[in-house]
Ligand binder design. Structure first.
Ligand SMILES: Nc1ncnc2c1ncn2[C@@H]1O[C@H](COP(=O)(O)OP(=O)(O)OP(=O)(O)O)[C@@H](O)[C@H]1O
Length: 291
């Protein structure tokens, strides 16, 4: 089952801090979405509002057309795993999984077992005595095994080591293909996970900066590669995001879509054009000074 998410003019304040500021975004559902934003940009707050962990000050969130706040029929369809874990300190992994199973109508106990083995989560040790990475892995296990129609992972795998993270990406993709659902992943490890995202939402200072298909976003700029002098001549006057040089070859990342004219010019200059790396684009789109 796949559910859409419709955020309409959402504002969430904490005292005098406006964490989410009149934000509207519509996710049709049934895809893996990347949610990107700098520290404090409002990602956790946005996901918490979708999961009904907190109430909107203005605007509203609709999941499958219904408001989730104080609406258990909707909230049981939503699983948010936050970086903080939200796991009871005294619980062992076993107890945490048992607790999750109670509230999750689509819980797959066998899958949960497979995941804690894959991530090497100790099963008897209390959550408080687990390492950060082990706690993250347990959180991810709860998130995946819930098979919630709306699953949101808020930097939840951040503490996991590289082999566990790569195992997580593979298993997430496999399981998503078998059990399509709406998955929202917030991350700072952009390059690692770009391949998972079908669409990307970028927010900054509580506001929407971009929402598009990943490939369409990556076409908003280009990586230009070729002989040093050709690349320099081709990119002269363009907005440069990054530069790399290897011997006589140079690669320059520029902002701005490359139309037919630029493509013809590129072949004239004998330079290669490739879509921009999502991370370079993200840094560019969110680099303005704070308001
Ligand atoms: N409980 C709270 N009380 C006061 N301010 C808060 C609270 N929670 C969040 N904020 C503030 O709201 C803003 C958005 O925070 P949020 O946690 O949503 O950002 P984030 O994008 O998830 O950040 P990060 O990438 O650092 O985890 C920040 O300025 C933060 O300091």
């Amino acid at each position: 089952m796949t559910l859409g998410i419709d955020v309409q003019g959402l504002t969430v304040r904490f005292g005098d801090v406006t964490a989410v500021d009149d934000l509207s975004v519509r996710l049709a559902g049934g895809k893996i979405y990347g949610l990107l934003g700098r520290n404090g940009s409002g990602k956790t707050t946005l996901m918490s509002a979708i999961a009904a962990f907190l109430q909107a000050d203005r605007g509203r969130v609709l999941v499958d057309g219904e408001q989730p706040y104080e609406n258990p029929a909707v909230t049981e369809q939503i699983c948010l795993v936050r970086d903080s874990g939200d796991l009871a300190d005294q619980d062992s992994a076993r107890a945490a999984l048992k607790r999750a199973a109670k509230f999750r109508p689509n819980w797959d106990a066998e899958f949960a077992e497979r995941l804690i083995e894959l991530f090497r989560v100790p099963t008897r040790r209390g959550v408080a005595r687990m390492s950060r990475g082990q706690r993250s892995a347990l959180g991810v296990t709860v998130g995946l095994a819930s098979r919630a129609p709306v699953t949101m992972l808020d930097e939840s795998y951040f503490g996991m080591d590289a082999p566990s993270r790569y195992a997580f990406y593979d298993v997430l993709l496999e399981d998503y293909i078998e059990h399509p659902r709406t998955i929202v992943i917030s991350t700072h490890l952009i390059e690692e996970v770009t391949r998972l995202f079908e669409e990307v939402v970028i927010i900054d200072q509580g506001r929407l900066v971009a929402h598009d298909e990943t490939e369409a976003l990556r076409m908003r700029g280009a990586a230009v590669t070729g002989a040093v002098s050709a690349v320099e001549a081709f990119t002269d006057g363009m907005t440069v995001l990054a530069e790399r040089r290897l011997g006589g070859t140079k690669s320059v990342t520029v902002f701005g879509a490359m139309g037919a004219e630029q493509r013809a010019r590129a072949s004239e200059f004998d330079v290669e054009l490739e879509p921009v790396a999502l991370q370079d684009l993200f840094v560019h789109l969110t680099k303005e000074a704070p308001r």
